[in-house]
Design a protein. Structure first.
Length: 256
């Protein structure tokens, strides 16, 4: 008889629902397959829920909630707790998807993200402060400065080959800058995708950070609703052509 699963094995560490479904999800993803995450084991968004979620993110940004120093510090601190407290789950997911040992997973992915967070926390006040520039004598006693400001909602696309580092590191800068985030983890690393989705929803502000999981159908929907004020849908041919071109290059570079 096969031996019972060890308590510290990767599948035993991560969420039981993830462990039960990750195998068949991994097999359903192929380079040409148009499949979706149909197992609602992570509470993430599907393709049909993306438009409403993006609208909610834009409303949250318009409330100016993310512009404050307090919100950014709070979210970066929660981000750090997420990685520290969820380290075992995150490393277990990396071992399932990529056969990375826990030390390798932390050294090549999670540790780098923690360094990014520490840098952001250390320099946030400096980044948020206005940068004063040279002024003309004609404008005395006025002065001139440049103030960095967030643009709104950003789409963060993960990749399968470094599914933690390439997904989480861009989020650090986005949060430090005061953006709202739509996160799309790489679908070719399903255990990592589910684990990230679950932990992000647990630790970060659900009004300002949302997660969509799935294949290219979800990616296309997210691309269509992540543009600027004049690109809110993919009704035009140019929008669809852009999305198709992006997905072609993404398939070559590992973003899914």
């Amino acid at each position: 008889m096969p031996s019972a699963r060890r308590a510290n094995s990767p599948a035993a560490v991560i969420d039981s629902n993830t462990a039960a479904t990750v195998g068949k999800l991994a097999n359903r993803y192929g380079a040409a397959a148009a499949t979706k995450f149909t197992d609602a084991c992570s509470g993430s968004l599907g393709a049909d829920e993306v438009p409403g979620a993006v609208a909610a993110l834009r409303a949250a940004f318009d409330s100016e909630k993310t512009l404050t120093r307090e919100w950014r510090i709070d979210q970066l601190s929660a981000f750090r707790r997420m990685i520290s407290e969820g380290r075992e789950e995150l490393c277990a997911a990396l071992q399932i998807d990529l056969h990375k040992a826990p030390f390798e997973g932390f050294a090549t992915e999670l540790g780098l993200v923690l360094s990014e967070i520490d840098t952001a926390l250390a320099h946030l006040d400096e980044w948020m402060a206005p940068s004063y520039t040279a002024n003309s004598a004609l404008n005395i006693p006025c002065w001139s400065s440049t103030q960095a400001a967030p643009l709104g909602v950003v789409l963060v696309l993960g990749a399968w080959n470094y599914p933690m580092q390439l997904t989480l590191a861009p989020m650090v800068g986005a949060i430090a800058a005061g953006h709202c985030i739509m996160l799309k983890p790489g679908s070719y690393s399903p255990a990592c995708s589910h684990t990230l989705s679950r932990l992000v929803q647990r630790y970060l502000d659900p009004e300002c950070v949302k997660v969509a999981e799935g294949d290219r159908a979800v990616l296309a929907e997210a691309l269509g609703f992540s543009g600027g004020a004049t690109t809110n849908s993919m009704d035009s041919v140019s929008d669809r052509d852009f999305a198709l071109e992006f997905m072609f290059w993404a398939s070559l570079t590992g973003v899914h």
